[in-house]
Design a protein around this ligand. Structure first.
Ligand SMILES: *[C@@H]1O[C@H](CO)[C@@H](O)[C@H](O)[C@H]1NC(C)=O
Ligand SMILES: *[C@@H]1O[C@H](CO)[C@@H](O)[C@H](O)[C@H]1NC(C)=O
Ligand SMILES: *[C@@H]1O[C@H](CO)[C@@H](O)[C@H](O)[C@H]1NC(C)=O
Length: 503
C-alpha cells in the first residue's frame, strides 16, 4: 500500500503529522475522511480538499468506496461549490458498481433537490432507472424486453458510446436454442441497433456492419428472418448501393427461399423498372412455389402491363397446366378476365369450354352465360340462352339441388329482363317447388338429437318420372302378391299392411 502513495501524500503528511500517520498506518477510507474533516474543522479548506483528492487517487478506480465520495461531496457542499459537488457525485456514480452506490445515490438526490436544476434531477431519475435495468438484465440476460427498455432509456439520454456499449452487451445474449420463436424478440435488438446507427448516428458503415453481423448470426438453414434481409437491402438502396442490395437478396433466396423474400426482391426490381430482372425472379419464384396462383397471376399481370399479351397468355397457359394449384378458380377467372379485356371473345369462349371440361360448377355456367350477354355480338341473346340450356341439361344430374336452383334463378332473371313471354314461361316451368321437411338428427355418439327442419326442392321434371315412386309402387305390388299367396284367407286390409311396412 505504501508503494502506491505518491510523493505528494508524503508532503501533505509532513504538514499534519499526526493524522497523516494514521492514514498511512490504517489506509481506511474512514481514516482519510477523519483526516480531511480535521483539516476542514481548522479552516484549512485547501488542505482538506487535497486530502480528499489524494484519497481518490489512492484508492483508484478499483477500490472505490461510496463513503469517501459522500464525504468529499459534503465537504464541497459546505464550501458552496455546487459544481464540484455535482462532478464528484457523477464521477462516483459512473464508476461504482450500482449495488454499492445506494447511499451515494440517495445523497446525490438530496443534493440535487436542494440545489439542482431540472436537468440534474432528470439525470438522477435516469440514473435510478438505469440502475434498475442493470439489475434486471443481470438477473436474466435473455430478458430482451428489459434490454429494450434499457436501450430506450440510454438512447434518449446518453452519448453514442454508451448506447453502443449497451447494444453490444444486449446482442451478445444470443438465444440459447435454434428455435425461431426464441429469436423473434431478440432479432429486434439488431433491428433497433441498425436503425439507431443509420438514423441517429448517421453512420452507414456501422449500420452495414450491424446488418451483416446479424445476417451472419441467424442460422438460415433452420430459419431466417425475411424482414432482416429486406431491411438490409432497403438500407443499401438508400445508400445508393444497388449491387449490395441485390447481392443480399440474391444470397437470401439462395440460402433460405421464402415467399416474402421473392416478393420483396421483385418489388424492388419493379421500383427500379428492371423488368427483365423481374421476369427472371418470377421464374425462380415459380420454380420454388409452382402451386401458388397469386404469383402466376402477378407475373401475368406484369406482362399485361408491359403490353406483352403473348407472354401474359403464355404465363397463364403454363399456370393452368400445373398439376397442383392452390386457388385454381381465382387463376381461371384472372385468365378469362384477361382475354375479355383483350376483347378476344373466341379465346374467352374457348377458355370457358376448357374450364367446363374440368368442372361443372354452376358458377362457371352462369359466368359463361353472362359473358355471352356482355360480349355484345349480334346474336347475344341467343348465345346466352344457349348456354343456359346447355347448363340446364348438364346440371340435370347434379346432386346439389341448390346449384340447379341457382342456375334457374339466373336464367329466369335473364329471360325476365330480355326474353319473350314464352321464353319466360319455359323457364318458369322448370322452377322447383320448395317443400319443408324434417329429418332426424343424430348426435356424434349415435344417440337421438331431435329433429331438424330443412327445405327440399322438387323439380317438376324430376317429379314427372320420379324413379323412387316407381320403385315404391313395385315394392307395394310385390308385397301384395306375397300376402295374397301366403294368407289367402286373411281378412285384413292388405293396403293398410303395406302402408305400415313401407313407411
Ligand atoms: C446521506 O444520506 C443519508 C440518508 O440517506 C443521510 O443520513 C446522511 O446524512 C447523508 N450524508 C451526507 C454527508 O449528507
Ligand atoms: C403465394 O405467393 C404470394 C406472393 O406472390 C404470397 O404472398 C402468398 O403468401 C403465397 N401463398 C401461399 C399459400 O404460400
Ligand atoms: C332442361 O333440361 C331437361 C333435362 O335435360 C330437359 O328435359 C328440358 O327440356 C330442359 N329445358 C329447357 C327449357 O331447355
Amino acid at each position: 500500500m505504501f508503494l502506491v502513495l505518491s510523493p505528494n501524500v508524503f508532503c501533505l503528511c509532513l504538514f499534519s503529522l499526526n493524522k497523516c500517520a494514521l492514514v498511512i498506518v490504517h489506509p481506511d477510507v474512514k481514516n482519510w475522511i477523519k483526516y480531511a474533516r480535521f483539516e476542514e474543522k481548522h479552516g484549512y479548506i485547501a488542505h482538506g480538499r487535497k486530502v480528499y483528492e489524494r484519497a481518490v487517487e489512492f484508492f483508484g478506480e478499483d477500490h472505490m468506496d461510496e463513503n469517501l465520495y459522500v464525504a468529499f461531496a459534503k465537504f464541497e457542499e459546505n464550501q458552496k461549490e455546487s459544481e464540484r459537488v455535482r462532478v464528484i457525485y457523477k464521477y462516483a456514480l459512473d464508476r461504482i458498481p450500482k449495488q454499492q452506490a445506494q447511499e451515494l445515490f440517495k445523497n446525490y438526490t438530496i443534493f440535487e433537490k436542494k440545489y439542482g436544476d431540472r436537468r440534474g434531477i432528470e439525470d438522477i431519475i435516469v440514473n435510478k432507472r438505469r440502475f434498475q435495468y442493470e439489475e434486471e438484465v443481470k438477473a436474466n440476460p435473455h430478458n430482451y424486453d428489459a434490454w429494450f427498455d434499457y436501450l430506450r432509456l440510454v438512447e434518449s439520454d446518453t452519448d453514442a458510446d454508451t448506447v453502443r456499449e449497451v447494444y453490444e452487451r444486449a446482442i451478445a445474449n444470443v438465444p440459447p436454442t435454434k428455435e425461431k420463436r426464441h429469436w423473434k424478440r431478440y432479432i429486434y435488438l439488431w433491428i433497433n441497433y441498425a436503425l439507431y446507427e443509420e438514423l441517429e448516428e448517421k453512420d452507414p458503415e456501422r449500420t452495414r456492419q450491424v446488418y451483416q453481423a446479424c445476417l451472419e448470426l441467424i442460422p438460415h438453414k433452420k430459419f431466417t428472418f425475411a424482414k432482416m434481409w429486406l431491411m438490409y437491402a432497403q438500407f443499401e438502396i438508400r445508400q445508393k448501393n444497388l449491387h449490395l442490395a441485390r447481392k443480399a437478396l440474391g444470397t437470401s433466396i439462395g440460402k433460405s427461399p421464402k415467399h416474402k423474400l421473392f416478393k420483396g426482391y421483385i418489388e424492388l426490381e419493379l421500383q427500379l423498372r428492371e423488368f427483365d430482372r423481374c421476369r427472371k425472379l418470377y421464374e425462380k419464384f415459380l420454380e420454388f412455389a409452382p402451386e401458388n396462383c397469386t404469383t402466376w397471376i402477378k407475373f401475368a399481370e406484369l406482362e399485361t402491363i408491359l403490353g406483352d399479351t403473348e407472354r401474359a397468355r403464355a404465363v397463364y397457359e403454363l399456370a393452368i397446366g400445373q398439376p397442383r394449384l392452390d386457388m385454381p378458380e381465382v387463376l381461371w377467372k384472372s385468365y378469362i378476365d384477361f382475354e375479355i379485356e383483350q376483347e378476344e371473345f373466341d379465346k374467352t369462349r374457348n377458355l370457358y369450354r376448357r374450364l367446363l371440361q374440368r368442372t361443372q360448377h354452376v358458377k362457371v355456367w352462369i359466368s359463361f352465360a353472362q359473358f355471352e350477354l356482355s360480349a355484345g355480338s349480334e346474336d347475344t341473346l341467343a348465345k346466352c340462352r344457349q348456354i343456359y340450356e346447355e347448363a340446364n341439361k348438364t346440371l340435370r344430374n347434379c346432386e346439389e339441388k341448390e346449384e340447379r336452383l341457382m342456375l334457374l334463378e339466373s336464367w329466369r332473371s335473364f329471360e325476365h329482363e330480355l326474353g319473350s313471354e314464352s321464353a319466360q314461361q319455359r323457364v318458369a316451368k322448370l322452377m322447383p317447388e320448395r317443400v319443408k321437411k324434417r329429418r332426424k338428427l343424430q348426435a356424434e355418439d349415435g344417440s337421438d338429437a331431435g329433429w331438424e327442419e330443412y327445405y327440399d326442392y322438387i323439380f317438376p321434371e324430376d317429379a314427372a318420372n320420379q324413379p323412387n315412386l316407381k320403385l315404391l309402387a313395385m315394392a307395394k305390388l310385390w308385397k301384395k302378391q306375397q300376402k295374397d299367396d301366403d294368407e289367402d284367407d286373411d281378412e285384413q286390409d292388405p293396403d293398410k299392411d303395406i302402408d305400415e311396412s313401407s313407411s
